[in-house]
Design a protein around this ligand. Sequence first.
Ligand code: AVI
Length: 323
Amino acid sequence: MATSAKVLSGPVAQFASDVRTGLCKSGQKELPSKYLYDPLGFALFEVITLLPEYGLTRADERLLRRHAKEIVSHLPSPALVSELGSGSGRKTRWILSVLCEREPVSYYPIELSRAALASCESELGDVECVSIVGVEREYLDGLREVAALRADGVHLLVLFLGSTIGNFDAGADARFLSQVRSVLAPGDSLLLGADLLKPLERMLQAYDDPLGVTAAFNLNLLGRINRELDGEFDLRQFEHVARFNEATCSIEMHLRSKTRQVVNIRRGGFAVTFETGETVWTESSHKYTRREIAELAVACGFCGEAQWVDDEWPFAESLLLAV
Ligand code: AVI
């Protein structure tokens, strides 16, 4: 099928290059999960968080709501707060409100998605004594910028909630936490939300809900390629698959080709052949044990200060101190 490469620049060029690398590699095809979150993907993820089968976000929020006072009691004052991947910011309200009882707070949500930053700013705009400055950057670049802003004697609290840490590849979670640690000073803290291992059926239902919202969230990645790269994916010719990888202790999302097909990605200037049943791996969601979190923290230069676990949906909120 005829293709012609177009001259692309900026984020769309990066997207095209990542799509080409992931779909043209030999063996398992893959697409980076960060591309799931265009405005439509972000909106679909927000719906996922409301699904009865997906208890993760509610557990995270419950822990923050129930234990905000206790969490804040461990933190030195004054503190500046930054959040890696704030999403809508709904969960963060509880910590910010309690911190505000002590002093005015500067809050820097770091997000790649402009839609997420806008929704975070409107969600938290009514929390008194909080000034919100959105940072539209990659996590580490944004965090370096925020850390450079703090005055002497001000402690940094980094929030990394919602188990986004679980979406890193095996080993990349530790590398990422070590990089976060290298931006922090001793005495700074990291509040880490991580989803815990639970019975298989419960995990599978959470990533393959009967309403098909997670399927739509996953398939939207192909829709995004169509919209932004003039791709010719027929979304009806792919299906969502969620499965548990025991070796990595992760739920994986894939998109399976229902037929043998060749798909042209016109703005990228390439075409991809899919065999019947072949899958594109789009996301991994690692499920942790409490012990694993504690070991990860120590290996990355933190010490575990406290941990809270939800009693309805196994999920842990861990407060880690930079040592
Ligand atoms: C954002 N992240 C923690 C979600 C998760 O559970 O891994 C993304 C998600 N993928 C499918 N459903 C939710």
